[in-house]
Design a protein around this ligand. Sequence first.
Ligand code: ATP
Ligand code: MG
Length: 268
Amino acid sequence: MRLGVADYLLKDDIQRLPHVIARTLEVHEARNAREQAIAELATSQRRLAELAEHLQTSIEHERAAIAREIHDDIGGALTAVRFDVAWIGRHSTDPAMQEHATSAVDMLQHAIGASQRIMMNLRPPILEQGLVAAVQWLATGFERRTGITTRMQSSSETIDIPTDIQLVAYRTAQEALTNISKHAQPSKVDIELSDKEGVLTLEVADNGRGMDSTVRDKPKAFGLKGLQERARTVGGWLDISSRPGKGTSVILSVPLPSPSKSAPGDAQ
Ligand SMILES: Nc1ncnc2c1ncn2[C@@H]1O[C@H](COP(=O)(O)OP(=O)(O)OP(=O)(O)O)[C@@H](O)[C@H]1O
Ligand SMILES: [Mg+2]
């Protein structure tokens, strides 16, 4: 039996031999088919994860490229036109001309502000200012736009982690806040960031209407599913806890790469 014997036949029952052989072959084939199906499923899941990662990376590259173009072409041109119009206004003696120049400068200032806002959304400012500042910026903008009291707490003033993890955390906070403004109707939002114990955690919690577990899997909703895939690309995971009427909490956890391990004795 240790060598794989799974059946036996008594000598006086030998006419059952063909049946036993046929059954053994069937069992064997079924086992092979099952193993093959499991292997194919694993391959297809791996491919799907790779595709999701590739799509996320392409989207980020595309966004960065669009932000660059807005900055170089539109932003630069608007700033130059604003200077010229302001110059015309200053050098004109006609009050009507001055008035038009002033209102054109105001309009241009508005357009410059809008293009900066679009750039900030396309390419998060985290690379320059760090994750804590970037999430704080999201929180402040969210509170201003929605009027919902938004509190942000961080375990330290700066959290120094690899850029790809920063980007995943930033996009998680962004989608969680977008979801809150679309679905939750809360009176307050709490955001917590921590890098304690070698794990980055980001929690975005609201006290809004909540949802039951079937809702988040609805077919045409991709926000939360996308975040789950994103978390996986950096070795992390996403927990969503929510109950109808009891608010929602979205928690991203990512184990951080340990800082370069150099024990005292390693100096030599
Ligand atoms: N904070 C929240 N409070 C209440 N319900 C929520 C919250 N976040 C998500 N939901 C529910 O979970 C569903 C799935 O969210 P998900 O972000 O995946 O999709 P979506 O926001 O509907 O669409 P999108 O693909 O544009 O993100 C939402 O449609 C909503 O019903
Ligand atoms: Mg969403």
